[in-house]
Design a protein around this ligand. Sequence first.
Ligand code: DHK
Length: 162
Amino acid sequence: MACGSPPVMSDAEDRPLIAVFNGPNLNMLGLREPALYGTATLDDVEQLCAETGDRLGLAIDFRQTNGEGELVSWVQECRGRAAGIVLNPAGYTTTSVALMDALLATDLPAIEVHITNIHRREAFRAHSYVSRAAVGVICGLGIQGYALALEAMATLIGDETA
Ligand code: DHK
């Protein structure tokens, strides 16, 4: 269920819902510059998130879009419905004030993930609008960064509800 699916914002087992949203070109994982991004596909990332969510007692709403407006709308919809957001904003990291504003408007904890180490790449990749709305950032650890973000999120929302 990587692309274009309707929102799934509740869970039958009443587990906290974490949105895992992916921005442009991440649908090309596995094909795209494998020396940088690795050979795992977006379906592999979704499976990793599902397994990690099961282990942590979290429900996962995993999606990818190439559209900035769609990503902004998905983030807005999280307000009052999800417990947190894990986001790889991909190419919108460095450009999207709208995405930053949407994250701030949700009033939810957000964790930014990048598969590559954006600080070892072109200088323009290192500036992130999204970071201003994120509790923390994980980058450079490959797709394992998504699992680490979910573990951090479980701790964050656990602290909030404790
Ligand atoms: C993914 C992208 O598509 C790039 O635009 C970012 C990020 C890096 C990643 O490492 O996951 O610069």
